[in-house]
Design a protein around this ligand. Structure first.
Ligand SMILES: [Zn+2]
Ligand SMILES: [Zn+2]
Length: 262
Protein backbone atom coordinates (compact mmCIF):
# COMPACT_ATOMS: atom_id res chain seq x y z
CA UNK A 1 0.00 0.00 0.00
CA UNK A 2 1.20 3.45 -0.86
CA UNK A 3 1.05 6.14 1.82
CA UNK A 4 -1.47 8.67 0.41
CA UNK A 5 0.85 11.62 1.05
CA UNK A 6 3.99 10.18 -0.46
CA UNK A 7 5.13 12.07 -3.54
CA UNK A 8 7.56 10.86 -6.14
CA UNK A 9 8.86 11.88 -9.55
CA UNK A 10 9.34 9.38 -12.34
CA UNK A 11 11.45 10.11 -15.41
CA UNK A 12 10.00 8.68 -18.64
CA UNK A 13 12.81 10.07 -20.80
CA UNK A 14 16.08 11.88 -20.09
CA UNK A 15 17.57 12.64 -23.51
CA UNK A 16 18.45 15.80 -25.36
CA UNK A 17 16.81 16.58 -28.69
CA UNK A 18 19.39 14.45 -30.53
CA UNK A 19 19.27 11.50 -28.11
CA UNK A 20 16.23 9.52 -29.25
CA UNK A 21 17.32 6.30 -27.54
CA UNK A 22 17.18 7.97 -24.12
CA UNK A 23 13.63 9.21 -24.73
CA UNK A 24 12.45 12.81 -25.02
CA UNK A 25 12.99 14.41 -21.61
CA UNK A 26 9.79 14.23 -19.58
CA UNK A 27 8.57 12.98 -16.22
CA UNK A 28 5.56 12.47 -14.00
CA UNK A 29 4.74 13.79 -10.54
CA UNK A 30 3.06 10.99 -8.61
CA UNK A 31 1.14 10.97 -5.33
CA UNK A 32 0.88 7.53 -3.72
CA UNK A 33 1.97 6.07 -7.05
CA UNK A 34 -0.90 7.76 -8.90
CA UNK A 35 0.18 10.06 -11.76
CA UNK A 36 -0.82 13.70 -11.11
CA UNK A 37 1.00 15.70 -13.74
CA UNK A 38 3.12 14.85 -16.76
CA UNK A 39 5.78 17.43 -17.56
CA UNK A 40 6.30 17.69 -21.33
CA UNK A 41 5.10 15.43 -24.09
CA UNK A 42 7.81 15.11 -26.71
CA UNK A 43 8.00 12.46 -29.40
CA UNK A 44 7.51 9.01 -27.84
CA UNK A 45 6.29 10.29 -24.47
CA UNK A 46 2.79 8.80 -24.76
CA UNK A 47 4.09 5.30 -25.46
CA UNK A 48 6.50 5.53 -22.55
CA UNK A 49 3.66 6.76 -20.35
CA UNK A 50 1.46 3.83 -21.42
CA UNK A 51 4.18 1.36 -20.43
CA UNK A 52 3.87 2.55 -16.81
CA UNK A 53 0.29 3.71 -16.26
CA UNK A 54 -3.01 2.11 -17.19
CA UNK A 55 -4.80 5.35 -18.19
CA UNK A 56 -3.59 8.08 -20.55
CA UNK A 57 -2.43 11.34 -18.94
CA UNK A 58 -5.13 13.58 -17.46
CA UNK A 59 -2.88 16.63 -17.08
CA UNK A 60 0.29 17.88 -18.74
CA UNK A 61 2.47 20.92 -18.12
CA UNK A 62 4.39 22.17 -21.14
CA UNK A 63 7.74 23.87 -20.58
CA UNK A 64 8.34 25.13 -24.12
CA UNK A 65 7.59 24.52 -27.78
CA UNK A 66 10.59 22.54 -29.00
CA UNK A 67 9.45 19.29 -30.56
CA UNK A 68 11.31 17.09 -28.06
CA UNK A 69 8.84 18.61 -25.54
CA UNK A 70 5.58 18.88 -27.53
CA UNK A 71 6.05 16.47 -30.46
CA UNK A 72 3.47 13.93 -29.27
CA UNK A 73 0.60 16.44 -29.12
CA UNK A 74 -0.42 15.65 -32.68
CA UNK A 75 -0.33 11.92 -31.98
CA UNK A 76 -2.40 12.50 -28.82
CA UNK A 77 -4.96 14.58 -30.69
CA UNK A 78 -5.63 11.71 -33.13
CA UNK A 79 -5.91 9.16 -30.32
CA UNK A 80 -8.51 11.36 -28.61
CA UNK A 81 -10.39 12.49 -31.72
CA UNK A 82 -11.64 9.03 -32.59
CA UNK A 83 -12.52 7.85 -29.09
CA UNK A 84 -16.15 7.83 -27.93
CA UNK A 85 -15.58 9.56 -24.58
CA UNK A 86 -12.15 11.07 -24.83
CA UNK A 87 -12.33 13.14 -21.63
CA UNK A 88 -10.72 16.52 -21.75
CA UNK A 89 -7.09 16.30 -20.63
CA UNK A 90 -5.74 19.51 -19.13
CA UNK A 91 -2.84 21.24 -20.84
CA UNK A 92 -1.21 23.76 -18.51
CA UNK A 93 0.74 26.07 -20.81
CA UNK A 94 2.66 29.24 -19.82
CA UNK A 95 0.72 32.11 -21.40
CA UNK A 96 3.74 33.24 -23.43
CA UNK A 97 4.08 29.76 -24.92
CA UNK A 98 0.45 29.59 -26.09
CA UNK A 99 1.03 31.56 -29.35
CA UNK A 100 4.06 29.36 -30.16
CA UNK A 101 2.04 26.21 -29.55
CA UNK A 102 -0.72 27.56 -31.75
CA UNK A 103 1.72 28.18 -34.60
CA UNK A 104 3.75 24.98 -34.27
CA UNK A 105 0.98 22.46 -33.63
CA UNK A 106 -2.61 23.66 -33.41
CA UNK A 107 -2.73 25.80 -36.56
CA UNK A 108 -3.10 23.02 -39.09
CA UNK A 109 -5.91 23.14 -41.66
CA UNK A 110 -8.73 20.71 -41.12
CA UNK A 111 -7.39 18.36 -38.45
CA UNK A 112 -9.48 15.40 -39.50
CA UNK A 113 -10.31 14.75 -43.14
CA UNK A 114 -13.98 14.23 -42.26
CA UNK A 115 -14.08 17.75 -40.79
CA UNK A 116 -15.91 18.75 -37.64
CA UNK A 117 -12.94 18.81 -35.24
CA UNK A 118 -10.61 21.53 -34.04
CA UNK A 119 -7.33 20.84 -32.30
CA UNK A 120 -8.45 22.52 -29.08
CA UNK A 121 -11.73 20.56 -28.96
CA UNK A 122 -9.76 17.64 -27.54
CA UNK A 123 -7.97 19.47 -24.72
CA UNK A 124 -8.70 21.88 -21.91
CA UNK A 125 -6.09 24.57 -22.51
CA UNK A 126 -5.20 26.35 -19.25
CA UNK A 127 -2.82 29.28 -19.83
CA UNK A 128 -0.77 29.86 -16.67
CA UNK A 129 1.39 32.68 -15.33
CA UNK A 130 3.33 32.69 -12.05
CA UNK A 131 1.27 30.03 -10.24
CA UNK A 132 -1.50 27.56 -10.89
CA UNK A 133 -3.53 25.08 -8.88
CA UNK A 134 -3.88 21.44 -9.83
CA UNK A 135 -4.92 18.41 -7.75
CA UNK A 136 -5.04 20.56 -4.62
CA UNK A 137 -1.46 21.74 -5.11
CA UNK A 138 -0.09 25.16 -6.00
CA UNK A 139 2.65 25.02 -8.62
CA UNK A 140 5.06 27.88 -9.35
CA UNK A 141 6.02 28.72 -12.94
CA UNK A 142 9.08 30.76 -13.83
CA UNK A 143 10.95 31.75 -17.01
CA UNK A 144 14.23 30.00 -17.71
CA UNK A 145 17.13 30.79 -20.03
CA UNK A 146 16.64 28.81 -23.23
CA UNK A 147 16.63 30.57 -26.60
CA UNK A 148 14.37 33.66 -26.74
CA UNK A 149 13.36 35.33 -23.45
CA UNK A 150 9.96 34.23 -22.10
CA UNK A 151 9.80 31.23 -24.43
CA UNK A 152 10.72 28.45 -21.97
CA UNK A 153 9.60 27.88 -18.39
CA UNK A 154 10.34 25.76 -15.35
CA UNK A 155 7.99 24.36 -12.72
CA UNK A 156 8.29 24.08 -8.94
CA UNK A 157 6.31 22.62 -6.09
CA UNK A 158 7.75 24.37 -3.06
CA UNK A 159 9.14 22.01 -0.46
CA UNK A 160 9.09 19.13 -2.90
CA UNK A 161 10.80 19.64 -6.27
CA UNK A 162 11.85 22.04 -8.98
CA UNK A 163 12.06 21.04 -12.65
CA UNK A 164 14.10 23.40 -14.79
CA UNK A 165 13.09 22.33 -18.29
CA UNK A 166 15.72 23.20 -20.90
CA UNK A 167 17.90 26.00 -19.61
CA UNK A 168 21.21 27.64 -18.87
CA UNK A 169 21.90 27.95 -15.11
CA UNK A 170 19.23 29.85 -13.17
CA UNK A 171 20.60 30.46 -9.65
CA UNK A 172 18.12 33.29 -9.06
CA UNK A 173 15.12 31.00 -9.57
CA UNK A 174 16.58 28.19 -7.50
CA UNK A 175 16.97 30.67 -4.67
CA UNK A 176 13.34 31.72 -5.00
CA UNK A 177 11.65 28.37 -5.50
CA UNK A 178 14.09 25.71 -4.23
CA UNK A 179 15.66 27.13 -1.11
CA UNK A 180 14.63 24.30 1.22
CA UNK A 181 15.30 20.62 0.58
CA UNK A 182 13.61 20.40 -2.80
CA UNK A 183 14.99 17.99 -5.37
CA UNK A 184 16.24 20.00 -8.33
CA UNK A 185 15.80 18.26 -11.68
CA UNK A 186 18.23 20.18 -13.89
CA UNK A 187 19.10 20.28 -17.57
CA UNK A 188 22.76 19.28 -17.98
CA UNK A 189 25.18 17.54 -20.28
CA UNK A 190 28.95 17.45 -20.34
CA UNK A 191 29.53 20.44 -22.62
CA UNK A 192 27.74 23.74 -22.10
CA UNK A 193 26.25 25.58 -25.07
CA UNK A 194 24.19 28.76 -25.57
CA UNK A 195 20.89 27.07 -24.70
CA UNK A 196 21.80 24.31 -22.21
CA UNK A 197 23.77 23.81 -19.03
CA UNK A 198 27.14 22.06 -18.96
CA UNK A 199 29.24 20.66 -16.13
CA UNK A 200 31.49 23.72 -15.94
CA UNK A 201 28.39 25.89 -15.49
CA UNK A 202 27.31 23.90 -12.43
CA UNK A 203 30.65 24.46 -10.72
CA UNK A 204 30.64 28.17 -11.48
CA UNK A 205 26.99 29.02 -10.76
CA UNK A 206 25.96 26.81 -7.84
CA UNK A 207 27.37 26.16 -4.38
CA UNK A 208 28.02 22.68 -3.00
CA UNK A 209 24.72 22.56 -1.06
CA UNK A 210 22.68 23.21 -4.21
CA UNK A 211 24.80 20.85 -6.33
CA UNK A 212 24.15 18.04 -3.84
CA UNK A 213 20.39 18.36 -4.50
CA UNK A 214 20.66 18.28 -8.30
CA UNK A 215 19.41 15.41 -10.41
CA UNK A 216 20.72 15.91 -13.95
CA UNK A 217 18.81 15.05 -17.12
CA UNK A 218 18.49 16.09 -20.82
CA UNK A 219 21.93 14.79 -21.74
CA UNK A 220 23.45 13.52 -24.98
CA UNK A 221 24.16 9.82 -24.37
CA UNK A 222 25.19 7.20 -21.79
CA UNK A 223 28.79 8.36 -21.97
CA UNK A 224 27.73 11.82 -20.88
CA UNK A 225 25.78 10.33 -17.96
CA UNK A 226 28.82 8.31 -16.90
CA UNK A 227 31.08 11.37 -17.08
CA UNK A 228 28.70 13.34 -14.86
CA UNK A 229 28.36 10.48 -12.35
CA UNK A 230 32.14 10.20 -12.03
CA UNK A 231 32.12 13.75 -10.68
CA UNK A 232 29.60 12.76 -8.00
CA UNK A 233 26.40 14.04 -9.57
CA UNK A 234 23.09 12.23 -9.40
CA UNK A 235 22.07 11.58 -13.01
CA UNK A 236 18.56 10.40 -13.91
CA UNK A 237 18.02 7.35 -16.10
CA UNK A 238 14.86 6.72 -18.04
CA UNK A 239 12.43 5.02 -15.64
CA UNK A 240 14.17 6.30 -12.50
CA UNK A 241 11.84 7.23 -9.63
CA UNK A 242 12.84 9.81 -7.03
CA UNK A 243 11.01 10.05 -3.70
CA UNK A 244 10.11 13.65 -2.85
CA UNK A 245 9.57 15.53 0.40
CA UNK A 246 6.01 16.66 0.94
CA UNK A 247 5.06 20.05 -0.54
CA UNK A 248 5.21 22.81 2.06
CA UNK A 249 2.44 25.21 3.07
CA UNK A 250 3.11 27.54 0.14
CA UNK A 251 2.15 24.66 -2.13
CA UNK A 252 -0.86 23.40 -0.22
CA UNK A 253 -2.58 26.12 1.79
CA UNK A 254 -4.82 28.77 0.32
CA UNK A 255 -2.44 31.64 0.60
CA UNK A 256 -3.97 34.86 1.76
CA UNK A 257 -6.33 33.28 4.26
CA UNK A 258 -3.50 31.29 5.83
CA UNK A 259 -1.36 34.35 6.33
CA UNK A 260 -4.12 36.52 7.73
CA UNK A 261 -5.10 33.86 10.26
CA UNK A 262 -1.60 33.25 11.59
ZN1 LIG B 1 14.86 19.73 -25.10
ZN1 LIG C 1 14.45 23.08 -25.92
Amino acid sequence: MHNPDVFSFRFLGVGSAQAAALGSSCGVLERAGVPLLLIDIGVGALDRYAQVYSDPPAAVFITHAHLDHIGDLEHWFYRLAFRANPGLPKLFVPAAVVPLLQRRVADFPNWVAEGGRNFWDMFQLIPVSDYFWHAGLRFAVFPVRHHAPESAFGLALRGSFLYTGDTRPIPEWLQKHAREEERIFHDCTTESNPSHTGLDDLEREYGAAVRSRLVLYHYADDEAAAAMRVLGYEVASSGAVYPLANPNEESTVEHWAAWSQS
